[in-house]
Design a protein around this ligand. Structure first.
Ligand code: SF4
Length: 167
């Protein structure tokens, strides 16, 4: 997997101070995509998991990690993203994990495959769905278009229906 970028600290990609990993590669090709260059799976640099985890470990201000892209949960990236989340939690078990995906929660659940289910169970918040230009609004928090939902994944998995985070 390649990574398109990494922020050591951010407060605009989820609640609280977070490290943000942007993976390379996305199959969705949403019109108006703000990160078109990251749709290319070969864009950026080879993802060096150990280096990124070291950078996260050294930073005591961080409350969590956000995985964005690109598309973290496509078939090309999901296994490596899942392993990364697991390894981050080994060193920072208190971290909460946000993930952005162009797939909806329902599409991910319908895959009914072990890797996707495992990764979902490691995520605290999923911002789901493709970017839709006609739904773009200026005051949306943590998302680009109004169709995208900010989903509380542990609660959603518990009650078997989508529960949005109250932000
Ligand atoms: S899902 Fe995100 S990265 Fe992928 S094409 Fe859509 S806006 Fe761009």
């Amino acid at each position: 997997m390649n990574m398109a970028g990494f922020y050591d600290e951010s407060i605009s990609n989820g609640l609280g101070w977070r490290a943000v990993l942007f993976v390379s590669g996305c199959p969705h090709n949403c019109p108006g995509c703000q990160n078109k260059i990251a749709q290319d799976f070969n864009y950026g640099q080879k993802f060096n998991k150990e280096e990124i985890i070291n950078r996260i470990c050294e930073n005591s201000i961080l409350k969590g990690i956000t995985i964005s892209g690109g598309e973290p949960l496509c078939k090309e990236n999901i296994a490596e993203v899942g392993q990364f989340i697991k390894d981050v939690k080994k060193v920072r078990p208190e971290f909460n994990v946000w993930c952005y995906s162009g797939y909806t929660f329902e599409q991910l659940a319908a895959r009914n495959d072990e890797t996707t289910n495992k990764v979902l169970s490691e995520i605290d918040v999923l911002v789901d769905g493709r970017f839709v230009e006609s739904e773009k609004k200026p005051n949306l928090k943590f998302r680009g278009s109004a169709n995208q939902r900010i989903i509380d994944i542990p609660e959603t998995l518990k009650v078997h229906k989508v529960v949005s985070l109250d932000i």
